[in-house]
Ligand binder design. Sequence first.
Ligand code: BLA
Length: 874
Amino acid sequence: MVDPSQMHAEGPNGGPVDLPVDLDALSPEQRDEFGAGILALDPVGRVLTCNRAAGALCGLSPDAMIGRNFFRDLVPSAHVPGFYGRFLGSQRRALTDQAFEFVFGRVPAPLRARIGLRAGANGCTWLTISPLEQIAAGPSREAVLAAISQRSRAEPVDPSLCEREPIHIPGSIQPNAVMLAADAATLEILAFSANAADVLAPELFPPSGLSLEAVLPGEIVSAIRDGLAAHTLTDGRLLRRTLALPPREERFHLVAHAHLGRVIVELELAPERPEDFLTASPLDAELAMMRLRAAETLTEAAQIAALEIRAMTGFESVLVYRFDLDWNGEAIAEDMVPDWQRPLIGLRFPASDIPAQARALYTKAKSRFVIDRDCVPVPLVADRSAGNAPIDLTFAQNRSLSPIHLEYQRNLGVDGSMSISIMVENRLWGLMIGHHRRPHYVAPETRAAATVLTDAFAMRVQEIEGKALWSERQRHLDVQGRMVRGLTRSDDFVASLTQGNPTLLDLFGATGAGIVSDEAVCLVGATPDEAAVRALADWLRETLPPGETTFVTDTLVLHHAPASAYTEIASGLLAAFVGTSRQHLLFWLKPEVPSTVTWGGDPRKPVLPGSGPVAVLPRRSFERWIEERRGHSTPWATWKVALAAQLADAVDGVVLRQRRKIDELTGLLADKERLLEQKDLLTREIDHRVKNSLQIVTAFLHMQRRQIADPEARQAFSETSARVMSVARVHDSLYQGESMEQVDLGQTIQTLCNDLAGMTGDEHSVELTAEPGLMVPYRHAVALSLITTELVTNAFKYAGRPDKGARISVTVAGEAGAVRLRVCDDGEGMPPGWENAKAQGTGLGMKLIRAMLDQIGARLDVENADGACFTVHA
Ligand code: BLA
């Protein structure tokens, strides 16, 4: 009989001596008497025998454990290098008396235990588990559990409370690693994880005032120093090394980085051989990369990435999760084991599931791996001399995750997990998420390979999206270029943008568009009616904050209630005012796309009330929650808004230019009118004076004539007087008429004939037939008046007979845009042979006629009818 009270004593090598050396010799009953768990495992870890205490530790009856794999099925959190790895190693070297400490997160309660491994008969291995300490879950996990058990607050809860948790300073790390934090200048150790002494020389802990040099190999410390000096350890850049540590000379991965004046060193036991754990080789990564490169579409690339990363890491499910512009997200690809009936693909999740501070951290730090959701985090112990400033673990590999989020994982049925940031154009585009229903260890090389592959996926996304975006933008720039060219050639920007080719409808995938310019509304495509558009423009004028010129929404009705009348054609609005005056508005519309969105849980209640320090908790149900979406259009990309603003600017240029041109022309016109008015007055005045002067000359000639006895001279005076008068008449007409240039010919000739008749006394008569309102240019009027004067006075001279005077008829008529002037008398007619003499035109009268005809390009016909008849065609 063995005394169980000996259980906690230790042997010389740190191995348990309380248990008999030869466990093979004990009967099952004897083994049941021990408080320590005793199990015999076959070479792959299957349970061959198992005592009562071991059953109790696992929460199962011993019989139920027989035949099951201890590391895969019963205690998967032990499937790590520090336990399963050592189990394999001890078999390989046929070591006995291997002993180490291990903390079980939940078996069924958290427990620190001493593990013993020793070779048994028939190739089996004895595994002993000696409990050392029941431990608490850790303060934050306990707080979450307390908050769950006593939900007291009333709903609704503010999801933004999630953002308050300072996840970068959790004060603890995951138990798979050991951490040291030192001053970056002196390398003095400021804090260490409580498990540091398990790995590093225990006698040095707590390392009061010690430097890293005291606990790490000199070669590594100088590499850290060099990295610090060269600034190659900041902003997520790491120093990676492997080293063997005494006393067992086990291989550890060391990762060091600097952040905010500290050097943080993390040590993690490495698998002894890659094949002990699923470990990715560079070849795997390369092949996966090639497949990814061949993907043509985003969906295809996401599927390949999920599949390859799952194959590499061994997670039961890998999801590609994509954020939208509001940070809600959707699982766009998923690769998972067939027996897990929990598809998340196509589901949307509200932004509060991954709150802002977490997204900010994930933008900086690439990846998170959680082996065991229910592990007990190892606290960071600050060296007494170092004060209590928390250590910022933003870039630490083994930071313990938010207990609230771990509760979320529990609700989702996830234990081991991974999330790797997918960064596209420096923005957190999404996450590559790994899920496992049980604890799940991923070897360091595999983590690195999965991170590289995720980066490759991000680059492929950038290429695919970039290419699509580029060609769409290119098309838009082309359309916009043509529009702006059209604008510069047109003075009417509204017509140019709505009637030409292209029109506003060729931009932004809009189905309706238009311009509200002052009070005019011009619409193209499918739009609400004018009144509704005007009301929309008025609303925008009033509500858009000063200084802003654009407005964009994919849910217009939420902003502008009257839009409910036309959601079908206009749920999306992109509007851009031309200039700051808001006088003209360009706008584009998109129709409603009624759709259903399937959420992973009710998005209106993403959080549940907690209590105490934990104010909010994750929702418990991820049941599909289907939202009927009405009043939504497809979203507008931000570059389209920028392009719309540019177009409005171009219009502003054209409208302004137009306005300036109109102002200029109006000014010129006014000047010209003023000048014309002045000229008009002046001309009238001149005409008036000319007429007066000519009348004076005529009167003077009359007077002279009376004093002359010689009949021939008298006649000459008469004729000259008549000529001068005829010119005076024209000026009189000009002075009285409305126009400065045009003269009423009939009226002028009428007064002229009256004057001529008056001058000859009663023996002759002149009859006039004139077409009223026949306007001719001033020059023509002068010429025709002079010609008339000559012909009429001529007739007085030659057609008159002593018994009766001459009867002269004058006709003025329009003739197909020209003028016909005819002077006929009732005399003897032209003497025989006049045809020959006519061309010479002897005498002053005839010379004058000829000169006048030439001046106005007119022609004279002469014929003998009842008397002589002269016709001028002018
Ligand atoms: C973090 N939330 C996360 C992370 C994911 C999700 C992937 C990254 C951490 C990780 O690697 O696991 C959410 N996981 C999802 C979603 C899917 C998934 C959406 O698989 C869908 C496929 N979360 C809440 C509430 C709070 C909250 C109510 O639901 C806060 C009150 C917080 N989530 C929260 C916090 C983190 C987080 C604080 C950061 C965890 C950390 O890095 O410490």
